[in-house]
Design a protein around this ligand. Structure first.
Ligand code: ADP
Ligand code: MG
Length: 611
């Protein structure tokens, strides 16, 4: 019997392997740039001709290679980055497979020039079809230059498969951008057919984004910065109004490596719910820092998918950090609302140690997190405090009718007050339209506040605040409210009984079907009590809620009901109190359900209407 099996020659094996690693010119750009980063470069130039079909050149000022390494680097599984199996589970470099250069050399003409700083002369190597054709000394600058010519010259099927020049260059640009976002501290240029596409100086991330995407981006970015034991989250989300119809602006990086994750993307999508138009995708540049031992970058040959050991926790952190940032971002209209003088307040107050931000309502409170692990979102803005103390001139104290919204007014009065020149006279004249909107002239245009939504936010925050420290105040009903419930509803009510009691609802189940409610949160006016119970039942029985979100959801339901009450628009003191309360909330721009509370109409917009 004859034997049929034989080992493939190296060049063919490399060519096959190349099929996985190098799909198009952009893959070469990515691999070479990543090698330059791993080599510690602070400067990388990428030079492309004909969308990479003719030439891809990457020049770096990294550590360079020795004469021996310069030859060895083209061997398959030749790498300086992994020494033993353990290293695979604690990767700090981009590369680790040792197959990129072998793959490239199998399907293109490659010229390498490299010099280590310790050597006087460098080495020049030429590779063709995995064979070394030239190896000689060369005078060259420190670092490494790879020239890759005639890509896929010996794989016609692949070459013919390449798309138009503009498509292939778009892919190159995408790869270049991903690397550039991930490493703002490295200078980079991209040149195509002799013209410079990007010239990126060393910068901070925000500046790098602006340098890559354009000046307009500076105003679109909302910072994210959250630190936990498991993950550090940094970066930016893009304001919802700039969400685009494509997923082009979505970037996740872990330990500075670009990755894709529909799971984490969902965490962000959920946080943006209701804020972006149908069919638009929220933008983000999110950098996760995770212990390399707790991720697995090995799951995909082109390495854009990554496994996380603690993905559920990270999901929750991403979700709440984005929500928090969304609530905070609309700072501008708040400041404009009070004319120029109030603009000074935060700065004035910042210099006063007595008015260091106080812990107020933590609207990002997440019951599944321990109290002291929560590092952000607990601070009340100085500005809000300024309004609380001095704003709207309510020297007689907080308007009585709204007092119920204050969880602990005394606590705030005890705060020492900085000398701030701010009174009600600073407030521009406001008026109310259709019993629903408070309109106020501001320095740069008009500001409109959706009153019901403002109430919803205020009630939500005040309940959340008291709920965190104690059961919230409840009122006994003269006549219990009775409702006939389904089995499913009864079960869910029972399951959440303790939580509901803490939120002010006292009830018993009669004859297995009747819910008899004897006390409700005192924040609710009579006419909205029944609807609040309906809302809660709907939430807990018919919507899918993560366990950790139930408290938020029920409080949200109470707040939504509370907002249905009649607004005492005739009473200007009460209205002032309402606005005052609103600005005390950290997330005063959006309701807990992500509906806009404040809208500004700029002077320019008004002027445009007259054009
Ligand atoms: P990997 O990056 O997975 O190690 P590559 O085939 O991309 O595999 O590179 C092989 C080796 O060649 C690297 O481990 C590194 O030692 C060396 N190398 C590649 N590019 C450079 C460079 N620009 N500067 C210095 N060394 C390099
Ligand atoms: Mg590599």
């Amino acid at each position: 019997m004859s034997d049929f099996i034989q080992l493939l020659p190296d060049n063919i094996a490399n060519q096959i392997a190349a099929g996985e690693v190098i799909q198009r010119p952009a893959s070469v750009v990515k691999e070479l740039m990543e090698n330059a980063i791993d080599a510690g470069a602070t400067h990388i130039d990428v030079n492309i001709k004909d969308s990479g079909k003719t030439l891809i050149q990457v020049v770096d000022n990294g550590q360079g290679m020795s004469e021996k390494d310069a030859l060895l680097c083209f061997e398959r599984h030749a790498t300086s980055k992994v020494r033993n199996a353990d290293d695979l589970f604690a990767l700090t470099t981009k590369g680790f497979r040792g197959e990129a250069l072998a793959s490239i050399a199998a399907i293109a003409h490659v010229e390498l020039k490299t010099r280590m700083c310790s050597s006087e002369v460098g080495r020049r190597i030429k590779m063709e079809g995995s064979k070394c054709t030239v190896s000689e000394e060369v005078i060259c600058s420190e670092g490494t230059s790879f020239e890759v010519k005639n890509l896929f010259y010996n794989v016609p099927a692949r070459r013919n498969f390449l798309k138009t020049d503009s498509t292939e260059f778009r892919h190159i640009q995408d790869e270049f951008e991903r690397v550039a976002f991930a490493h703002p501290d490295i200078q980079m240029t991209l040149t195509h057919n002799g013209s410079e596409v990007y010239h990126l100086p060393q910068a901070v991330l925000r500046k790098r984004i602006v340098n890559l995407l354009g000046n307009g981006w500076n105003d679109r970015l909302v910072p994210i910065d959250e630190s936990t034991d498991i993950v550090q989250l940094k970066g930016f989300i893009v304001k919802p109004e700039h969400a685009r119809k494509s997923r082009g602006d979505q970037f996740f990086f872990v330990n500075n490596r670009f990755f894709k994750s529909s799971y984490f993307n969902n965490a962000i999508q959920r946080a943006f719910q209701g804020l972006v138009k149908e069919g638009a995708y929220p933008g983000y540049f999110l950098f996760l820092d995770v212990d390399p031992q707790k991720i697995d970058v090995n799951v995909h040959p082109t390495k854009t998918e990554i496994k996380f050991e603690e993905e559920k926790f990270i999901y929750a952190i991403i979700h709440s950090s984005v929500k928090l940032a969304l609530g905070k971002y609309n700072i501008a209209p708040t400041l404009e609302f009070d004319q120029e003088t109030s603009f000074e307040i935060p700065h004035a107050m910042r210099s006063q140690p007595a008015v260091e931000p106080t812990i107020q309502v933590n609207t990002s409170y997440n019951p599944f997190r321990s109290a002291n692990s929560n590092t952000s979102g607990t601070k009340q803005s100085n500005f809000s405090q300024a309004i609380t103390q001095h704003g709207f001139g309510s020297s007689a104290g907080h308007p009585k009718d709204w007092e119920q919204f204050y969880a602990d007014p005394k606590e705030m009065e005890e705060e020492s007050i900085a000398e701030i020149d701010f009174s009600v006279d600073d407030l521009p004249h406001s008026f109310i339209v259709k019993d629903s909107y408070l309109i106020s002239p501001s320095k740069s245009g008009l500001l409109a506040i959706h009153l019901r939504r403002a109430i919803e936010r205020i009630v939500y925050d005040s309940i959340l605040k008291s709920f965190i420290s104690k059961p919230i105040e409840s009122q006994k009903l003269l006549f219990p409210i009775e409702k006939e419930l389904s089995k499913n509803e009864i079960t869910h009510w029972e399951n959440n009984r303790t939580l509901l009691k803490q939120l002010g609802y006292e009830a018993s189940i009669e004859e297995n079907t009747i819910l008899s409610v004897r006390a409700v949160p005192s924040v609710l006016q009579e006419e909205v009590i029944s609807s609040s119970i309906d809302r809660i039942l709907e939430k807990i029985s018919y919507t899918e809620i993560e366990k950790e979100d139930i408290a938020h959801e029920i409080i949200g339901a109470i707040a939504a009901s509370a907002a249905l009450k009649k607004i005492p628009i005739g009473n200007s003191e009460i209205m002032k109190g309402l606005i005052e309360q609103l600005f005390q909330c950290e997330n005063h721009s959006y309701t807990p359900r992500n509906k806009k509370i404040i809208e500004t109409i700029t002077l320019t917009e008004i002027q445009q209407k007259f054009n």
